[in-house]
Design a protein around this ligand. Structure first.
Ligand SMILES: [Zn+2]
Length: 69
């Protein structure tokens, strides 16, 4: 199911429960640039990352595992 084709749902941040891109199965991520919801989401222990393969933006829980920078 592609949420990007469903209007506003496509703009919701996607939180990954695994460290794997659901779209392209890549396990390589980099830290994403900050955007407006990040300050809020950081309070919820979410950090922005970007898949290096398809360049989609996701959020991870926690701060223990650093994305490659
Ligand atoms: Zn990907």
């Amino acid at each position: 199911m592609d949420f990007a084709s469903q209007g506003w749902l496509g703009r919701l941040p996607r939180v990954l429960s695994t460290r794997q891109c659901p779209l392209c199965s890549s396990i390589r991520f980099v830290a994403a640039e900050s955007s407006w919801p990040d300050g809020l989401l950081r309070l919820l222990m979410l950090r922005p990352v970007r898949c290096v393969n398809c360049w989609r933006r996701y959020y991870w829980f926690g701060t223990a595992n650093k994305a490659a920078e």
